[in-house]
Design a protein around this ligand. Structure first.
Ligand code: DHB
Length: 311
């Protein structure tokens, strides 16, 4: 069995979509909910709905993807209404609501206040790592501001939430972000968002492939797996044991998911490969992960979760 426990609930399997892929509206969200995925997350919501950046703004590449979507979404009210209705009709199938900000610090706080004041009591993923807000650095690359923001939110927020992080590339940065996060009663940390601001060049036209930001965009897919695994492992080793880790980045096969679980992930999210393959990817991934367990003689994920070997 692929059963896995995350924040007190047992899911059929650890697979979810990564926020941004196949989760914009009711149709897509309902498709995820009825897919083979164990759970799902909604598109990062901003206070007001947004059209996002001009197209082309997402392109699949041989080894992954590049995007600068610009936070297109239907607005916080839309996702909150959906979440409240679904929580009421399907109380035994928890999911995650992703919340971001386009304006910065104050909008993050206001968005969380709106959720606090609503009937939704489920998990929220606070996205501190959107790389496509022009003129703004990612919140989670500013350790002081991240601490200040979480301090402000915990003054009033009493429901369970976690944070989505960008990739870090320096051992000191792993120490610093973990030190900040360990000061709060976070339920989970999700590693990683895309590797920010890559540049892909088309070899026939000698041009960039996406229109926004002169072609710079977040990189996902096969390119990012080693960075994702390092971030899952490094954060799992540093965080309070009460903070679970969601592993995201470079999951194309059951083996890739297995590696995230070895690094200590409780759930695993699929972005680029879901975009490329559609929701049926979850049937393939669950079958492949089950085959890995069988081949290795494991009965359950709990037997190997976090037990990465070292030399
Ligand atoms: C967008 C991209 C992200 O990586 C993210 O975390 C949130 C939003 C976007 O461009 O829409």
């Amino acid at each position: 069995t692929l059963e896995t426990t995350f924040y007190g609930h047992t899911y059929d399997n650890p697979f979810m979509n990564a926020s941004g892929v196949h989760c914009m509206d009711v149709t897509e969200l309902d498709e995820l909910a009825s897919s083979a995925a164990g759970s799902f997350v909604t598109k990062s919501a901003t206070a007001d709905g947004r059209k996002g950046n001009p197209e082309p703004r997402y392109v699949n590449l041989d080894l992954g993807s590049i995007n600068s979507m610009g936070l297109p979404n239907l607005g916080l009210d839309y996702y909150l209404n959906y979440a409240i209705l679904r929580q009421k009709s399907q109380p035994d199938a928890p999911f995650v609501m992703s919340v971001a900000s386009y304006q910065g610090f104050d909008e993050y706080v206001d968005n969380m206040r709106q959720i606090q004041d609503s009937a939704y009591t489920g998990l929220v993923e606070l996205n501190l790592s959107c790389p496509n807000v022009p003129g703004k650095p990612q919140m989670a690359y500013d350790f002081e501001d991240t601490k200040r923001l979480l301090t402000e939110i915990f003054k009033f927020y009493t429901k369970p939430f976690g944070v989505k992080l960008p990739p870090y590339f320096d051992m000191q940065h792993f120490d610093k972000i973990a030190n900040v996060l360990n000061q709060f009663d976070l339920k989970f940390v999700n590693c990683i968002n895309s590797i920010g601001n890559g540049l892909y060049i088309d070899e026939t036209t000698d041009t960039v492939v996406i229109k926004p930001k002169g072609g710079f965009g977040g990189i996902g897919g096969e390119y990012v797996k080693p960075t994702a695994l390092a971030n899952v492992r490094a954060l799992k080793q540093r965080l309070n044991p009460t903070i679970e880790v969601i592993g995201t980045g470079g999951i194309l096969t059951g083996r890739d998911a297995y590696e995230h679980l070895l690094c200590g992930a409780s759930m695993v999210q699929v972005g680029t490969q879901l975009q490329k393959e559609g929701v049926h990817v979850f049937e393939r991934l669950t079958a492949e992960l089950l085959a890995v367990l069988e081949e290795k003689g494991y009965q359950s994920i709990a037997e190997f979760k976090g037990k990465l070997g070292t030399l």
